[in-house]
Design a protein around this ligand. Structure first.
Ligand code: ADP
Ligand code: MG
Length: 696
């Protein structure tokens, strides 16, 4: 392996490169523009662009692209070469400040949820200078936000950036009240990415994996994950070579890929980066997903990012670790050493407890997808009810505060909250509750509900905004308090009392919790369709508008796109399944039936007596299941056809959920039973065992 510190970030036009390559005053101007979040001036942009171009060309780049994140959840890029005619039959390599700062793009083929009518098809992309440009595929990639000409956000990045601004503004108000000298407060994210690797040859024999990213049929393997022998197991040499190359490629791009290990299910793995500022972490997670697929391909494998590629086997999530800290290096979710720091910690903690309880619906919505629906609530991932795990110690502290114990006897001094009782909360993996959707893990919150395939932009937009709202409410009160200490104590106690119901330290997979959650009045939004109904409620719109993160039209558009995507995904799955059934599974079973019948007849004829009991028994069984399967297939086809009669994204999505999905499950039960009795040589697809253990 090459010198890693030298390799790291070598394809990134980062601060070090900027400082070395830009004239001092331009560098300073760019830095302050970034720090203050002002738009870049054209004269500065011109100099920066020229330096970027020279650097990129030296690194072998020939093209540039505005790299953006449209609402389909993946990244988009349109490459332009640097060439420009020189007027003398030749070309020069050109890249202007204008091209760096702003790009135009025909937006008509990206989902807009009605935000952009087709006659104003243009959208524009604008460089987000807080995220460095980098080189990928000999192309200079410029991370950008993507808006319509009316200024509506057509992407996932714009609301995220706005939410970062909102949370910073409110957090600064609170920090000021505590007399802090910090100049910036930013949220940070570390997204642990789970994924499956399967052999490409096996993958290519499964239309369901190719078209849907998950298996639509497949009987349980004899050996699944029950032996728990995969988690943290020794890594297969082929996978190890893949991981090494992946790390190298990601390091070049400045992605802090840190931990790689095997996960619970066979063929499942995880990659965790070191955390970064929220928008960088989001960009990097998109790159991680892209490179997982790309590098797997180089090693004859396919990376499945789907949340539930295999029924009965653990699915994949994306644990979103979230925290907030200052430019002075303090983590505001870390209990401090002094009473004042502890009081501040309690305030920030209370702000999140309030935020999560108040906005359970938005948090759940941030994790919706057709794929994640198969994963949540299956005793392998958090249930669909949101709650917070704090651990015994911290919950004890909170209950003491609520009961007003341990403070009562003493004379109440200002900033006393928690001072005498707050221990250091060590991050101890042994007592960590892995069943909780939202766990406090020492100095950060780990949101475990998100699915493996989604962009984390939406999740963090919600986390930032709901947190900003709590901080804003708190700051409003504290700024106007006659006595800060008294008001702080009262506020924390009151808020914890009001939102205590969201804290649950027990087993989130248990049936008792389901009942208890209902008693506590917590929301249980089981499916994407159930959750999305809450998206643009008046309360949610008011909050996002108040903090300038999204307006009603932008939210409505996102809701529409979610519903549309959901229906499209299940439509593709149903069509793929029908195709597999009609053209392969049923015909294969019939061929097997034919073979059985023929063998039976020939045996009887040959031996001159009835000796085909085995063939008859098996044929009866196969024939019975094929009949059921055939009826279920017709039913699925009819149900699918009925969805075409409806209009309105919500109604269509609802029908897919209520009627098509159950029909698909019914078909599957019959098909999977058939798989277990049909001669292997007649079965058209690799089995679960063959797929899950395909990497030798
Ligand atoms: P786990 O046992 O869940 O894998 P780790 O301690 O390894 O937990 O951390 C998981 C993730 O949390 C890593 O991606 C790490 O970078 C991230 N993380 C750690 N500290 C912070 C923080 N302050 N803000 C955001 N993410 C963080
Ligand atoms: Mg984790």
């Amino acid at each position: 392996m090459k010198d890693i510190p030298e390799l790291f970030g070598s394809m990134v036009f980062n601060d070090k490169v900027m400082e070395a390559r830009l004239p001092a005053e331009v560098y300073k101007a760019l830095k302050s523009t970034i720090a203050e979040g002002r738009p870049l001036q054209l004269d500065i942009a011109n100099v920066v662009a020229a330096a970027m171009r020279d650097w990129a060309i030296e690194m072998g780049a020939t093209h540039y692209t505005h790299w953006f994140q449209p609402l389909n959840g993946i990244t988009a890029e349109k490459h332009d070469s640097f060439i420009s005619p020189d007027g003398e039959c030749g070309v020069i390599m050109e890249f202007s400040g204008k091209a760096l700062v702003k790009g135009e793009s025909d937006a008509s083929s990206f989902p807009s949820g009605g935000l952009r009518t087709t006659f104003e098809a243009r959208g524009y992309t604008a460089w987000d200078p807080t995220s460095y440009t980098f080189i990928k595929d000999d192309t200079l990639c410029i991370p950008t936000a993507y808006c319509s000409y009316g200024g509506a956000a057509l992407d996932k990045k714009t609301p995220l950036l706005r939410s970062m601004e909102a949370v910073e503004k409110q957090a600064m108000r609170v920090m000021k009240l505590f007399g802090s000298d910090c100049r910036r407060v930013q949220t940070s994210v570390g997204a642990e990415q789970e994924y499956f690797l399967v052999d490409r040859d096996v993958y290519e024999k499964r239309p369901d994996l190719i078209f849907c990213g998950r298996t639509l049929v497949g009987a349980k393997p004899n050996k699944g994950q029950e032996m728990d022998d995969h988690y943290y197991g020794a890594i297969n040499p082929r996978v190890s070579r893949f991981m090494k190359e992946l790390d190298e490629e990601l390091w070049r791009l400045g992605v802090l890929a840190k931990t790689e290990h095997k996960e619970v299910a066979p063929a499942q793995h995880e990659l965790a980066p070191i955390y970064a500022t929220t928008n960088i972490a989001t960009d990097h997670n998109q790159l991680i997903m892209e490179f997982l697929k790309r590098i797997a391909d180089r090693h004859g494998m396919v990376c499945l990012l789907h949340e539930k590629p295999f029924a009965g086997v653990n699915g994949s999530g994306k644990h979103n670790n979230w925290s907030i800290g200052t430019d002075l290096g303090e983590n505001l979710l870390s209990p401090g050493d002094t009473p004042s720091q502890n009081a501040r910690f309690m305030l920030f903690l209370t702000a999140m407890i309030r935020a999560v309880d108040k906005h359970q619906d938005m948090l759940r919505i941030s994790t919706v997808s057709a794929g994640n629906d198969h994963r949540l609530g299956g005793s392998e991932a958090p249930p669909t009810v949101i709650s917070i795990f704090l651990g015994e110690q911290l919950t004890g502290v909170i209950d003491a505060i609520i009961a007003d114990k341990s403070y009562h006897e003493k004379k109440r001094k200002s900033l006393e909250i928690g001072a005498s009782v707050l221990p250091k909360f060590k991050q101890d993996s042994t007592d960590r509750n892995r069943t909780s959707p939202f766990a406090f893990t020492g100095n950060k919150f780990e949101f475990r509900m998100p699915g493996s395939a989604v962009s984390i932009a939406g999740i963090n937009t919600v986390l930032n905004t709901i947190f900003a709202e709590s901080l804003c409410e708190f700051a409003d009160r504290l700024e106007n308090a006659a006595d800060f200490g008294t008001e702080l104590n009262a506020l924390i106690r009151e808020q914890l009392t009001e939102h205590r119901r969201i804290i649950f330290d027990g087993n989130n997979y248990s049936a008792e919790w389901g009942e208890e959650a209902v008693r506590r009045g917590l929301l249980d939004l089981r499916s994407t369709v159930d959750a999305l109904k809450y998206y643009d409620s008046d309360e949610n719109v008011a909050m996002f508008e108040r903090f300038g993160v999204m307006n009603r039209a932008e939210m409505h558009a996102r809701r529409e796109i979610h519903f549309e995507n959901y229906a499209k995904i299940i439509n593709i799955e149903a069509l793929t399944l029908l195709d597999m059934l009609k053209r392969e599974i049923i015909p294969s079973a019939i061929r097997f039936e034919d073979r059985l019948a023929e063998t039976g007849l020939r045996k009887n004829e040959f031996l001159g007596r009835d000796c085909a009991a085995t063939e008859r028994k098996l044929l009866e069984k196969v024939s019975g299941i094929v009949e059921v399967l055939s009826d279920c297939t017709d039913e699925l086809e009819a149900k699918l056809a009925q969805t075409r009669e409806l209009s309105g994204t919500e109604a269509v999505a609802g029908r897919f959920h209520d009627s098509v999905l159950p029909a698909m499950e019914k078909v599957r039960r019959a098909a999977d039973e058939l798989e277990t009795i049909v001669d292997k040589r007649f079965w058209p697809y690799p089995t679960y065992s063959e797929i899950l253990y395909s990497i030798k």
